[in-house]
Design a protein around this ligand. Structure first.
Ligand SMILES: Cc1cc2nc3c(=O)[nH]c(=O)nc-3n(C[C@H](O)[C@H](O)[C@H](O)COP(=O)(O)OP(=O)(O)OC[C@H]3O[C@@H](n4cnc5c(N)ncnc54)[C@H](O)[C@@H]3O)c2cc1C
Length: 389
């Protein structure tokens, strides 16, 4: 067993670490100030300029296949990159990626949707959640009814990331009520100018998802992504694409937060001594470091399973669950170590506190991950001995 990084992994990780330190961290004070004034922390044009800069060094389309101009890197490499990006709260991702299910598109759809999404000239959003169906996504009600060579879509979607800026959506609708999620849900690629509307939902985070409304939105039969009736499988594939990537980003955030806490603990003197000398503080740091280490290996092990074409669902759910629960505990401890200052908006800790809370909810709540993990174990699909068996 070799738990070291390859030269290539180390080199790429170092490049990203330098990029984060030189390009993203200096923006942090400005981002915080703008957010305090109720503005967007970083503009889409600023993100684009940074993406273009990174592209000049070859950083484009981390997991996008080389035939589409991407780097075609593996899951472990992607997890390492996300962890580096997570060290800054500046909302940035490298350009050149596209939703995994868009690669299912036919040749014409690839030209209209996939390639422009990779180029960054079009923006997608993924819309399955509805006011009455979140965890229970099999229960969606948005319906598409066929009329001749067209489909007419009616329904409401909610909490759609990027729904306010997307110019097309991948929307999931019931096309056969009898079959429901077992062959009766279809995914449609729908341009905004086909008539759907969006409204931003304010959240405790610094960005809001959107609700989408479909009222007699007509699309041609050719708008179907993949096969008619196979939409639910596509949706599950989208959600399952990278459960290891969300906790990977949280891992980076936790590393930085604990570094901040240690710095604070060494400098803050109470009752004549730095608080770092107190066992109460040391235990918070020690517990956080152990949890970070455990999270790192859960994330990397899940990513490694993806790279080796193993069934990674159990590993990914474990990484997502553990990351959500423990990143929240860690940021809470770090806030505690900073005392009153931790609670202010002078420091980014309360911002991370609000942002990391989301990890326990989206792309499968803690409870749904636990349900998956227990079901896999009880059905014999997975073992408590992990992938080593
Ligand atoms: C900021 C944000 C961005 C999002 N982005 C997207 C997106 O881009 N596209 C999209 O389609 N959706 C998106 N979502 C939706 C997200 O995936 C859902 O909110 C999530 O799946 C939970 O669904 P729900 O909110 O309806 O909660 P519910 O399903 O109503 O759950 C409520 C509570 O009950 C628990 N619960 C539910 N069922 C069970 C059970 N069987 N056993 C035990 N406990 C249970 C849940 O864990 C939760 O604690 C986003 C949500 C947020 C907040």
């Amino acid at each position: 067993m070799d738990l070291t990084l390859t030269d290539e992994e180390r080199e790429i990780r170092e490049w990203v670490r330098t990029f984060v330190t030189r390009e993203l961290m200096p923006l942090e004070p400005r981002v915080l100030e703008r957010e305090r004034n109720g503005e967007r922390g970083i503009g889409l044009d600023e993100v684009k300029a940074l993406q273009d800069k990174a592209r000049q060094s070859g950083f484009f389309g981390i997991q996008t296949p080389e035939e589409y101009g991407g780097m075609g890197l593996g899951a472990v490499m992607h997890a390492l990159i996300e962890a580096e990006l997570g060290r800054s709260f500046v909302q940035f991702k490298f350009g050149g990626d596209a939703d995994n299910i868009l690669f299912e598109a036919n040749a014409e759809q690839k030209d209209t949707y996939l390639r422009p999404t990779i180029d960054g000239t079009r923006r997608s959003c993924f819309a399955i959640t509805e006011p009455g169906a979140g965890s229970d996504a099999r229960n969606i009600r948005t319906a598409a009814v066929r009329e001749g060579d067209e489909w007419v879509i009616n329904g409401e979607k909610t909490f759609i990331t990027g729904g306010d800026v997307a110019d097309f959506c991948m929307v999931f609708a019931v096309t056969d009520k009898e079959k429901g999620a077992d062959g009766g849900v279809t995914c449609f690629l729908v341009d905004r100018d086909a008539g759907w509307t969006s409204a931003t939902i304010p959240t405790m985070g610094e960005w809001g998802p959107a609700s989408l409304s479909f009222e007699d939105v007509r699309v041609p039969h050719s708008a179907i992504l993949g096969e008619e009736g196979r939409g639910f499988e596509l949706a599950m594939r989208w959600i399952g694409k990278g459960r290891y990537l969300l906790p990977a980003r949280a891992l980076g955030a936790c590393e930085r937060l604990v570094e901040m806490a240690m710095e604070q603990a060494k400098n803050r003197v109470t009752f004549g001594e730095p608080i770092a000398n107190r066992q109460a503080i040391q235990w918070m740091i020690a517990d956080s470091a152990v949890e970070i280490e455990a999270l790192r290996w859960l994330v990397l092990s899940a990513a490694w399973q993806v790279d080796h074409d193993l069934d990674s669902r159990q590993g990914q759910s474990m990484a997502k669950l553990y990351g959500g629960v423990h990143a929240n505990q860690i940021v809470d401890r770090v806030l505690q170590i900073h005392g009153g200052m931790g609670y202010t908006r002078e420091l980014p800790i309360e911002r991370w506190y609000r942002e990391l809370r989301l990890l326990r909810i989206y792309e499968g709540t803690d409870e749904i991950q636990r349900r998956t993990i227990a079901r896999n174990l009880l059905s014999g699909r997975a073992s408590v001995r992990g992938h080593l068996g």
